[in-house]
Design a binder for this molecule. Structure first.
Ligand code: FMN
Length: 317
């Protein structure tokens, strides 16, 4: 089974990936949060360059994810990534954000199937490296998926990662795993599952229902339980010591990068990581209002000294 880390903008960047791998062992594959391709003729710059720099991703199998509806820009970016040594590029067809969708990108591209078909035709033919796709199953309704899947099945995409929600769901409601099952049955290319795998039980149930499952992508489940991938392989739950070491590594890495603003980055992490503790609300209250590094460090010490871990760390939407 391939177990990968989902792209999560603002969270699973290169610092998160490397610190997590150091503390809990590497996953089989990591997808970068979505990156805008540079204009044709320009190179990746600044934050994006750091995200894909091989020196910042040592020892990890990373697939850069692009969000674009411009085939020439996508292909140009794929050429740059190929020169950097990447062996695959992923297309984001799932981002539900209103501004992204309004521009016809992310999940918004699923509204324009003819355009999407032409785009996929171009990029699959002209990209020097294989193109995989991460998709939702529609914009408004599940019924859109048959037509979307038909478009995918016409093209030699490297892999289709299915997050079986529609754009309108955002991250609410239950993923429609039947749509994933339908994809497994119909697709001439490899398929992966993503969505609400938060515990070993969720994973076991998915694989029992769809025994052909070969790749599971974990997102919020890993944020709430950083040992989740290890547990799927029969390993132990995270200890408080491991969690603290992971926290400290992450905070130090963010501080080295962005100074005091690391507190805000860590508060976003805590909005998921609190579910590793028996009383997530109490953990939330402890960090909610802190702004300064010293207050933050005091709050974190209190959490690790007095909050017991949950019996089962599980993300709760
Ligand atoms: C904060 C946040 C940021 C995300 N950023 C991205 C992204 O950059 N690219 C993408 O394809 N999906 C993104 N997603 C969606 C996740 O990759 C994943 O599909 C979703 O969280 C469902 O999986 P999960 O239930 O395992 O978390 C994001 C989700 C969240 C909550």
């Amino acid at each position: 089974m391939i177990v990968s880390l989902a792209p999560m903008e603002g969270i699973t960047g290169h610092l998160f990936r490397t610190v997590h791998a150091e503390c809990f062992g590497a996953l089989d594959r990591y997808y970068t949060p979505f990156l805008p391709p540079p204009r044709v003729g320009s190179s990746f710059g600044g934050r994006i360059k750091a995200e894909i720099d091989s020196a910042n991703n040592r020892g990890l199998t990373v697939v850069p994810q692009l969000m674009s509806k411009n085939a020439d820009e996508f292909i140009w970016a794929a050429q740059l990534l190929s020169q950097m040594g990447y062996g695959e590029v992923n297309l984001n067809l799932g981002c539900p954000s209103g501004t992204v969708v309004a521009k016809g990108k992310g999940a918004g591209f699923l509204r324009h199937l003819e355009e999407l078909d032409a785009f996929l035709n171009q990029v699959c033919e002209r990209s020097p490296i294989p193109v995989s796709v991460k998709t939702r199953i529609g914009v408004e309704s599940d019924e859109e998926y048959d037509a979307i899947l038909e478009v995918y099945c016409r093209r030699p995409i490297a892999e289709l990662i299915v997050h079986p929600r529609v754009q309108k769901d955002r991250y609410q409601g239950t993923p429609r795993q039947e749509a994933y099952g339908k994809t497994l049955a119909a697709a001439p290319f490899p398929v992966a599952y993503n969505g609400d795998i938060f515990t070993v039980g969720d994973y076991t149930a998915l694989v029992a229902t769809y025994p052909a499952t070969r790749h599971v992508m974990l997102g919020r489940g890993i944020l709430a339980n950083p040992a989740l991938a290890r547990m799927l392989r029969g390993g132990a739950a995270a200890t408080a010591g491991e969690l603290k070491r992971f926290h400290d590594g992450l905070f130090d890495a963010y501080r080295a990068e962005i100074g005091g603003n690391a507190v805000f980055r860590m508060k976003e992490w805590w909005s998921y990581a609190r579910f590793a503790f028996a009383d997530p609300l109490s953990v939330h209250r402890a960090v909610r209002k802190v702004r300064r590094v010293d207050d933050y460090q005091a709050a974190v010490s209190r959490i690790f000294n007095s909050e017991p871990l949950a019996d089962v760390a599980r993300f709760r939407p």
